[in-house]
Design a protein around this ligand. Structure first.
Ligand SMILES: Cc1cc2nc3c(=O)[nH]c(=O)nc-3n(C[C@H](O)[C@H](O)[C@H](O)COP(=O)(O)OP(=O)(O)OC[C@H]3O[C@@H](n4cnc5c(N)ncnc54)[C@H](O)[C@@H]3O)c2cc1C
Ligand code: FES
Length: 351
């Protein structure tokens, strides 16, 4: 068998697939083999489109404009595309199959995305179900990213998963250390990626990371900041706080960190340290329902109640939210009721 056919069979692509042309941003044209999704076809060309669900039409991160050649919107795409997106030819690149010549638009920043084989150099327990993972880029490698962005983590095949899996994780590291990447990860019971990282990944192992991705970032203004996070949602905010410190920012900021029980909280020491180091930063952890006997002297109640009672300048603030979709939706509602302008509310949902 010829080498090219061997490679194709590893990728499950028939050697008889037709070739098609993809015109990108009205500039560049590439020739590709048909039959696979646009997402994986571009990946083979080293153009890395974001995904958090690995191509299962669940996350919506893989949206691209496909101007020609995609055919009608599929039923699998409908739930994730609104009318405006459909009118402007936005499609889920994981669902569009390459079976005609295509014309597509790719946001220019995605051409800067790269994949790296990184060594796991530290795994730290932050509480019983949240860990901090630290990875080193290959020698001489540097990652330039904006605090708030996230990376793809590629989980290899292991006994709990029959195929490679990709998941998104916000970068939590100090952005001044460009040779390392840290994540703060919460264990999802029986989740493919987190089970791998919690139970199988060891210090010294190599893992593939790709990125950076995402538009979640602090504005370049002096407007007061309200951060709201739950659980591992503290990750992107930690990175932003490092950056405020590194740049000597005097910006007023408050972080409301929500947890169900005291044992669910993490990062308390580090956040208290930021309180000392930043010019005008207040940290307010809150526990929804502490168990009897849990030693808790801080705020009690849902994070939304605590924000409602505590926050005085909602109308003049920008809000940055990170965590589960439920927590974010509830917080957005409360902030809007308190007068924060919709255009000043930014979030990253861990869907
Ligand atoms: C932009 C972005 C940034 C993110 N950043 C972070 C971060 O910083 N930290 C972090 O911890 N997470 C983050 N996430 C979430 C992360 O990407 C993963 O979704 C999360 O870690 C779970 O992945 P998993 O593979 O372990 O679980 P999955 O395998 O995806 O499963 C998730 C849960 O669903 C259950 N499940 C799976 N399939 C089924 C089924 N068919 N029926 C019923 N239940 C099912 C599993 O048991 C598990 O509990 C982020 C997500 C996004 C989109
Ligand atoms: S990759 Fe998740 S919807 Fe397409």
């Amino acid at each position: 068998m010829a080498d090219s056919q061997k490679a194709d069979s590893i990728d499950n692509t028939s050697p008889r697939q037709k070739m098609y042309k993809i015109k990108i941003n009205e500039e560049k044209e590439i020739e590709v083999e048909g039959g696979k999704s646009l997402l994986s076809t571009l990946r083979r060309q080293k153009i890395f489109i974001p995904t958090a669900c690995g191509g299962k039409a669940k996350c919506g991160l893989c949206k691209l404009k496909v101007l020609e050649g995609a055919g009608p919107v599929l039923a699998s795409e409908e739930p994730l595309l609104n009318d405006k997106e459909k009118q402007s030819n936005v499609r889920l690149s994981c669902q569009v199959k390459v079976e005609k010549d295509l014309k597509i638009i790719i946001p220019p920043e995605l051409f800067a995305v790269k994949e790296y084989s990184c060594k796991c150099v530290e795994i730290t327990d932050l509480n019983y179900d949240i860990k901090q993972l630290r990875f080193e880029l290959p020698a001489g490698g540097q990652l330039d990213y904006t605090p708030g962005q996230y990376m793809h983590l590629f989980v290899p095949v292991y006994e709990k998963s029959s195929q490679p899996t990709v998941r998104a994780y916000s970068i939590s590291s100090d952005p001044s250390d460009k040779n390392h990447i840290e994540f703060i990860m919460r264990l999802a019971p029986d989740g493919i990626s987190t089970t791998y990282c919690f139970k199988y990944l060891k210090v010294g192992d190599n893992i593939r990371l790709g990125g950076p991705y995402g538009q979640f970032k602090l504005s370049d203004t002096n407007t007061p900041i309200v951060f709201i996070a739950g659980g591992s949602g503290i990750s992107a905010i930690k990175c932003m706080l490092h950056n405020l410190k590194n740049t000597g920012s005097k910006r007023k900021a408050v972080l409301y960190l929500g947890a169900n029980k005291v044992k669910d909280l993490c990062g308390l020491k580090l956040m208290s340290q930021f309180e000392k180091e930043l010019a005008d930063f207040k940290f307010i952890p809150a526990v929804a329902s502490p168990d009897e006997g849990e030693n808790w002297n801080g705020k009690t109640g849902l994070i939304t109640q605590v924000v409602r009672e505590d926050l005085k300048n909602a109308a003049e603030s920008e809000a940055y939210l990170c965590g589960s979709p439920g927590m974010i939706d509830a917080s957005v509602k409360v902030l809007k009721e308190m007068g924060t302008k919709e255009e000043n509310i930014f979030y990253d949902k861990f869907e």
